[in-house]
Write a protein that binds this ligand. Structure first.
Ligand code: DX5
Ligand code: ZN
Length: 228
């Protein structure tokens, strides 16, 4: 049976009550806490750094999934690992040496992943699969919450799913396939059928008063999708 995971993005949480928001969304069923780091350089927005990550760590009883939208990445990889990140993903365009930065994530004790923007080609993954624990496919352009899912992403999700299934058959190792941007109750099943196993959702969850109701509705959609 396929195991699906839901990763609420605290980008859409109430920033004045972040610790409480993390606690509440974990009680509502979050499997990971997705932490969007933006530097106003790689993306045109500015969020939070390692100090906020460290402050939230005691509230995060599930893995802290750090999505770096920063350039360059290496110094911040080390800082976020020290701040309590469990998973660190970054964009290949944001570092000169992708293979070296991936090694740095693992050497710092975290799971490593690459993030592909909507226009970034899948072949960038091919020579570093052994160094990846997760792949994050952006289903919007990075930088802001609350954007609409780009429908063309479904083709790319299927393409990466095929690549990962082939890799798992050869290596016996499974790499998780996560999607990020515009994921809602009404499209999560279609995205799961295309091959994603982990779903980042910000505004869909934090935009509603009852986080559990949204996460439960997402899980129902996912359960129905895997029976089809
Ligand atoms: C966008 C971020 C996303 C964002 C998703 O750059 O990487 O994680 O929070 O937000 P929604 O779910 O609202 O599209
Ligand atoms: Zn993200």
């Amino acid at each position: 049976m396929q195991q699906f995971r839901i990763a609420p993005s605290i980008l859409s949480a109430d920033f004045a009550r972040l610790g409480e928001e993390v606690t509440n969304v974990i009680q509502a069923g979050a499997d990971l806490i997705h932490f969007d780091v933006m530097d106003n350089h790689y993306v045109p927005n500015l969020t939070f750094g390692p100090m906020i990550c460290a402050a939230l760590k005691p509230y995060a009883t599930v893995p802290m999934d750090v999505h770096l939208m920063v350039e360059p990445v290496d110094d911040l990889i080390v800082s976020f690992a020290k701040a309590g990140a469990d998973i660190i993903t970054f964009h290949p365009e944001a570092t000169r040496h992708v293979d070296r930065s991936l090694s740095l994530v693992r050497d710092s004790g975290c799971k490593a992943g690459l993030v592909l923007n909507p226009a970034t080609p899948v072949y960038l993954l091919e020579h570093v699969l052994d160094k990846l624990d997760t792949i994050l496919l952006m289903t919007v352009n990075p930088g802001f919450g609350g954007q609409s899912f780009i429908p063309q992403s479904l083709v790319k999700i299927r393409q990466v799913r095929d690549l990962l299934d082939m890799y798992a058959a050869e290596s016996g190792r499974r790499i998780s396939l996560k999607v990020d941007g515009g994921i809602k109750v009404d499209n999560i099943a279609e995205v799961a059928r295309a091959g994603a196993d982990t779903f980042v959702a910000g505004s869909a969850i934090f935009g509603k008063p009852d986080y559990r109701a949204v996460i439960d509705a997402m899980r129902q959609e996912l359960a129905a999708s895997s029976k089809e």
